[in-house]
Design a protein around this ligand. Structure first.
Ligand code: MG
Length: 216
């Protein structure tokens, strides 16, 4: 069981719903096609680690990639909601990393198999503290930046999302009921790359905060 704190309240995390291919430049760098519908997968709450903790890359991968993403915390049940009302269901924002075993993911893709073993390993979802929604006036206008050992790798803006947070919540809620404590990861901008043992990662999103993790 994993909880996050928001405004002094502990909220139990449910599912983590992740969006793939939501920034055009990132789609290009991996040679993927622009999807006609959002690409959706999930991570269990057991993947979460906090700032200051260590990433453990599983022995079956030689190529773990960082992906900085804006995390959205859902505050009440959302089922089939329209985009116009979707942001009413959001109670907080945080900085997340969607760590991905790219070699394992590519092998799974080639075979047409699901991505969980590449996306849902323990420690694959470092997550900062959540900031209450009322402190973030323009969530679609936030700079995201990730450095590895002090060198900038990813530097993007949530304004470059192909589908907005509201559109994503609406779309996801047409497939699954979102519940209090569910988290949505909204995709990563360009610049993803490999991390190795000993690397220090600093992921920050304007007005939200900074997440610092290292690789064991
Ligand atoms: Mg991602």
């Amino acid at each position: 069981m994993h909880t996050v704190n928001l405004d002094g309240n502990n909220i139990q995390v449910g599912k983590i719903v992740c969006i793939g291919r939501n920034y055009a430049e990132h789609i290009k760098e991996l040679g993927n096609k622009v999807p006609d519908k959002p690409v959706i997968f999930m991570k269990p709450a057991s993947t979460i680690i906090a700032s200051g903790e260590k990433i453990v890359i599983p022995p079956y991968s030689q190529n773990c990639h960082h992906e900085i993403e804006l995390a959205v915390l859902i505050g009440k049940e959302a089922k089939g909601v329209c985009a116009e009302e979707a942001l009413d269901y959001v109670i907080g924002y945080a900085v997340a990393l969607d760590l991905t075993l790219r070699d394992v993911q590519n092998a799974q893709k080639e075979k047409g198999l699901p991505w969980e073993i590449a996306k849902s390993f323990d420690t694959s979802c470092p997550l900062s503290a959540f900031v209450p929604v009322d402190q973030i006036t323009y969530p679609q206008k936030l700079q995201l930046k990730l450095t590895v050992n002090g060198q900038t790798r990813q530097d993007g803006n949530t304004s470059d999302m192909m589908r907005t947070i509201a559109e994503l919540i609406s779309n996801v809620s047409s497939y699954f009921t979102l519940e209090e404590g569910d988290i949505l990861l909204t995709g990563t901008p360009a610049g993803v790359g490999r991390i190795c043992s000993g690397d220090e990662l600093e992921a920050s999103i304007e007005k939200i905060g900074t997440l610092i993790v290292s690789v064991a």
